[in-house]
Design a binder for this molecule. Structure first.
Ligand code: 4FV
Length: 256
């Protein structure tokens, strides 16, 4: 069982993970536990203040060190009580390592993680130095808080926990782990708005279907994310499939 704790001033946001879909079922199966720790609960003042103006001036507010200190220490303490020898503290921030399938696979090996979900302009840097083991970013843009980014990471990890996905679901897992984009999907009805389904998918010929799907993954990755293709280990057959895809695309364009 994995233990995830989140330091957040909006604990209710995590119901989105706990009450729906695959993560809800994984929780019910006891594959992971999730706790939330609100820094406001660790304040002494009547206003339960967790933010203050930045030293050096400038816009916005910064999350104060003390409420965070007590919330982080309480979360780490809970992890150790639960048998996690060395809980990792992960700060979600745009300054972090870019989240990828590879980083998800690394993080899912941790027995316990305490996520810090910042708000405002960010958290006091001394807290980062004192407690944070890794900073992780979900992308080069700014969200209004670290909660949604933390949920993205937790969702990606929980999907990888053994027993979390049934066979049908695990299929979707493979695309990025193979380093390629996914192939296109079709379902009933066979005809929709005058457009049909690629005949190979109706052929029942599983080898031909697998070949078509691999070609689509390679071709779409080449067209949309060529940098992924550079990192993918392509077989000689893959190169042939890609050549075939490109030729078909060109022929398709010439016919238009
Ligand atoms: C973010 C990201 C992110 C920055 C200030 C929260 C916000 C605010 N976290 N990947 N991109 N965080 O934008 O992880 O406190």
């Amino acid at each position: 069982m994995k233990r995830y704790d989140v330091v957040t001033i909006f604990p209710g946001m995590f119901d989105a993970l706990l009450d729906f879909g695959i993560t809800r079922r994984a929780l019910d199966l006891g594959l992971f536990e999730l706790g939330t720790w609100d820094p406001r609960d660790f304040t002494q003042d009547a206003y339960r203040r967790v933010d203050d103006r930045p030293y050096g001036g400038g816009p916005g507010m910064v999350m104060m060190a003390e409420p965070l200190q007590h919330a982080i220490e309480a979360a780490v303490g809970r992890q150790k009580e639960g048998g996690v020898a060395r809980p990792k503290v992960v700060l979600m921030s745009p300054q972090g390592e870019r989240l990828s399938d590879a980083l998800v696979r690394e993080l899912v090996d941790e027995d316990g993680i305490v996520f810090i979900a910042g708000r405002y302009e960010g958290i006091d840097e001394r807290v980062v130095r004192e407690y944070v083991d890794r900073e992780v970013s979900i992308g080069d843009y700014v969200t209004s808080g670290g909660e949604l980014p933390a949920m993205v990471v937790i969702d990606c990890m929980v999907r990888r926990l053994p027993g979390s996905l049934n066979d049908a679901e695990s299929a979707t897992q493979d695309s990025f782990s193979a380093g390629l984009l996914d192939w296109p999907h079709y379902t009933r009805p066979e005809a929709w708005k005058g457009s049909g389904v690629p005949p190979v998918l109706l052929s029942g010929n599983h080898a031909a279907i697998a070949r078509w799907r691999r070609k689509q993954s390679l071709g779409r990755t080449y067209a949309r994310r060529p940098e992924l293709l550079e990192r993918a280990q392509l077989s000689r057959e893959d190169r042939q499939l890609l050549e075939e895809y490109r030729r078909e695309q060109q022929e398709g364009q010439q016919q238009q």
